[in-house]
Design a protein around this ligand. Sequence first.
Ligand SMILES: [Fe+2]
Length: 165
Amino acid sequence: MQKTLKDLFVDEIKDLYNAEKQLTKALPQMSKKATSEELKEAFEKHLKETEKQITRLEQVFNELELTPKGKKCEAMEGLIKEGKGLMEEIDKSDTLDAALIAAAQKVEHYEIASYGTVRTYAEQLNFSKAEELLQETLEEESAANEKLTELAMKINIEAAGGVEK
Ligand SMILES: [Fe+2]
């Protein structure tokens, strides 16, 4: 099949659109499972950001003159499934928080890779509004990931044996 860069761009946007929608369903469950107040807040904040990111993707579809439509993101489905599997196996709250952070960071890294790619495609294809919107989301995802790293530093110490607390 002869695919152009624009075809790849559209495929990736559809993948992200579906991935973000899957995440809006998973984040409330993750927040509910989290023990740390700060971690709960981080998940809730990221849920609001994710909703904005979905709107931005819809604006990208607009610039491409396409109706917003997702294509099942198998990767996000797998990441969420793996995270859920972990949660079911753990009872200890600090350890559960550590596992939630790990699952969330895998999601963020997947998104950072994807948004970095589509941002660059948009730049190369001269979709300047899309480039701007995707860059904005990329920065939000990076910030969310950094926040999780910061929380992991605190929470994982507690999970390791309660040095702090
Ligand atoms: Fe996102």
